[in-house]
Design a protein around this ligand. Structure first.
Ligand SMILES: O=C(CO)[C@@H](O)[C@H](O)COP(=O)(O)O
Ligand SMILES: [Fe+2]
Length: 222
């Protein structure tokens, strides 16, 4: 298991002031950027030119979460645009192994996401190709949704498969992560935590990042 990392999602931040919003989370490990295309998910956010500008405007590494159709076409470009980690959805990818290799070849960490109803078991042999596995804990598309406890057994099974194969793959959770739910995720074996509304609805977002991290660290040590 990697060390505990917090990657705030800017989805519910002030999108007219992205650089300023990212400056409010200086102690975060990554900035999580949700790219939605209104095809793979019923929502539209931002795309490559905005991500490229944002990557230049902050010292924090960018964690791009691509909720788009045809990631095979687009994901390597996000790595080229300066994202340190690029996540594609396996439900949308035509050739996930080739895509993960292309992302790595561009110098970024390759990550694959699973929606709540997508099982991990068919992808067991892909884990070594991935730097991170993202287990969604809400249906992708919107911030501020309620955490789905039904995803916890999958997090445990994914962690067990990673241990079995001895891989260094990080295990990220995304959706409804808060001070109330983060311990459950950490106890189940997650080590990278996306938090959107929990961070940006807090009076002091950077302090919330620290509080989330402390809770996850304590829970993962148990
Ligand atoms: O990918 C997504 C939603 O599809 C997430 O990154 C959310 O945007 C996180 O927001 P909260 O659920 O933490 O409010
Ligand atoms: Fe996300």
């Amino acid at each position: 298991m990697g060390h505990i990392q917090i990657t705030p999602s800017i989805l519910n931040a002030d999108l007219a002031n992205l650089a300023g919003e990212v400056a409010r989370i200086g102690s975060a490990d990554w900035v999580h950027v949700d790219v939605m295309d209104n095809h793979f998910v019923p929502n539209l956010t931002l795309g490559l030119p905005v991500v490229e500008s944002l990557a230049k405007s902050t010292a924090l590494p960018m964690d791009a979460h691509l909720m788009i159709a045809d990631p095979d076409r687009w994901a390597p470009a996000y790595a080229e645009a300066g994202c340190g980690s690029v996540t594609f959805h396996v439900e949308a990818a035509a050739a996930p192994v080739r895509l993960a290799r292309e992302i790595r070849a561009q110098g970024a960490r390759a990550s694959m996401a699973l929606k709540p109803a997508t099982p991990i078991e068919p992808y067991e042999d892909l884990l070594a190709e991935l730097d991170m596995l993202l287990i969604m804990t809400v249906e992708p598309g919107f911030g501020g949704q309620k955490f789905l406890d039904l995803c916890l057994p999958k997090i445990r099974r994914a962690r067990a498969l990673m241990d079995k194969h001895g891989v260094e793959t990080w295990l990220q959770v995304d959706g409804g992560v808060s001070l109330e739910t983060i311990e459950r995720c950490a106890e189940a074996g997650a080590d990278v935590f996306v938090a959107g509304s929990a961070v940006y609805s807090a009076a002091d977002p950077d302090r919330m990042v620290a509080e989330l991290k402390a809770k996850a660290e304590a829970a993962s040590a148990r």
